[in-house]
Design a protein around this ligand. Sequence first.
Ligand code: NAI
Ligand code: MG
Length: 356
Amino acid sequence: MNFKIALIRGDGIGPEVVEEAVGVLETVGARFGHSYEWIDVLMGGCAYDAKGTPYPEGTKEACQRADAVLLGAVGGPKWDNLPPALRPEKALLAIRSDLGLYANLRPAALRPALKAACPLRSDIADKGFDLMLLRELTGGIYFGERKRYQTEDRGEEASDLMKYSEMEIERIGRRAFELARLRRKKVVSVDKANVLETSRLWRAVMHRLAAEYPDVAYSDMLVDNCAMQLVRDPSFFDVLVTENMFGDILSDEASMLTGSIGLLPSASIGDRTPGLYEPIHGSAPDIAGQDKANPVAAILSAAMMFRYSFRLAGEAAAIEKAVDLALSSGCRTADMAGSGAPLGTREMGKIIRGNI
Ligand code: NAI
Ligand code: MG
């Protein structure tokens, strides 16, 4: 098949890790008989430097024309003092909302070769874990009405509104059940239904959906309990689905359990729009341009692209196996604990391509 892929290389280590992911995609293409049309798209600090805006005209349209978008990272200290509307992060929010990317997939898996990097007790780490956190990305308290005003007797007061509609809950809920069918067929929905009305609606909609997916095991969990269970026994989880803010916090907690930030991919998906695939890390200005960045998160993002946008699980698994083989044969970049001299970004990419 031929795939149109928009590349947002971005800032800092973004271009370095995207280059390795592109190399891996090319290798997979050669092996499985796919070709690509690459569309280079300008976004972030580099776009501000070139065009005076982090989100130039044409960026959105170029991404909409693609089958999927691969993003490195945007931002860095060079642009930190710009007004909010011109900051690189603004472009990130804009592209997510322009593409209607309401479902954020954050896998957290302990790669077998990296058990020693897991901060949990060794008897827990030895069991391993492989969970998928599905976070609602375009609703909830982060998008509700914000207020701040002076009161007569209590000083200033502020409020943020948490709001969800059945439509928003149902579409993310369906994604969770569909995802579980591709995995171990287990969904845990995380809410705070003992306190919040939005959570009671969330739970009601999830229960209705659960009845439509009798082949998937379903349960509810309160968010505070979930925070505990994640460190007590992460192997309990398969798919976790939750609202925006809970997902923000729990996904960071889950990612810490896997060792390095340089390993974790993510996907953001909507309906009838190209998915956006990106490492969870930022532009790492402290190591940019030094061939030190770990390209694995970007490479595993390319694997997610095959699995979730192109529905080609074999190609995705080939990439994941190639990464695991590199790690189990001792290959490490500087961010991962290991013995011996660390590999550079390009060398790590080359080894993974070789394994494919
Ligand atoms: P960061 O993720 O860029 O870096 C945090 C630490 O992890 C640094 O010490 C960095 O060297 C290390 N690190 C990150 N990725 C790595 C990799 N692939 N290999 C090896 N080491 C890696 O987060 P930070 O420092 O908070 O943000 C830096 C810039 O990135 C900021 O301008 C921030 O706004 C932006 N950012 C952009 C994101 C995006 O484009 N999606 C996400 C997060 C931050
Ligand atoms: Mg966060």
